[in-house]
Write a protein that binds this ligand. Structure first.
Ligand code: RTP
Ligand code: MG
Length: 150
């Protein structure tokens, strides 16, 4: 068992379609703890840093165009194995391959507009949370230790 935090983001298509509440509900029902959340429109430099591992890919420009095209709902969540478990809850990148019951399986239709992002490793979770929120000041609801002390 490993207590982790991860970065989850409802993408512009998910925000436009009114899926923020549904997505928060699924993470809360699973027992994860919401640490921070903000509706924001991000600039290209934040988006490029967020997706830096894809900067050489042919779809990088369109990915950055899309993620900066409207407000996103950025969140930090905490829980046991939350990085891996949230990726299971989100489902495969291509919604046509995502299982029913997953967020993409239930709500998304296209790989380019697939509703939600979730960090894929401890390292990217740290980097992404800091990119969007800076160092988290708020304490976990589940214990008395500030984030910075973990
Ligand atoms: P994300 O980072 O957004 O949570 O998605 P992911 O881990 O499931 O997929 P990743 O490989 O990290 O790709 C990031 C996003 O790039 C878009 N993409 N487009 N046109 C394409 O072939 C293609 N491949 C990936 C997707 O929107 C994907 O979520
Ligand atoms: Mg990814």
């Amino acid at each position: 068992m490993s207590l982790q935090r991860t970065f989850i983001m409802v993408k512009p298509d998910g925000v436009k379609r009114g899926l923020i509440g549904e997505i928060i509900k699924r993470f809360e029902q699973k027992g994860f703890t919401l640490l921070n959340a903000e509706l924001m429109t991000i600039d290209r430099s934040k988006a490029e840093y967020h997706y830096m591992e894809h900067q050489e890919k042919p779809f990088f420009g369109e990915l950055v165009d899309f993620i900066t095209s409207g407000p996103v709902f950025a969140m930090a969540w905490e829980g046991e194995n939350v990085i891996e478990v949230s990726r299971l809850m989100i489902g495969k990148t291509d919604p046509s391959e995502a299982m029913p019951g997953t967020i993409r399986g239930d709500f998304a239709a296209a790989k380019e507009e697939n509703v939600i992002h979730g960090s894929d490793s401890l390292l990217s979770a740290e980097r992404e949370i800091e990119n969007f929120f800076g160092l988290l000041k708020r304490r976990s609801l589940e214990d008395d230790f500030p984030f910075e002390d973990r």
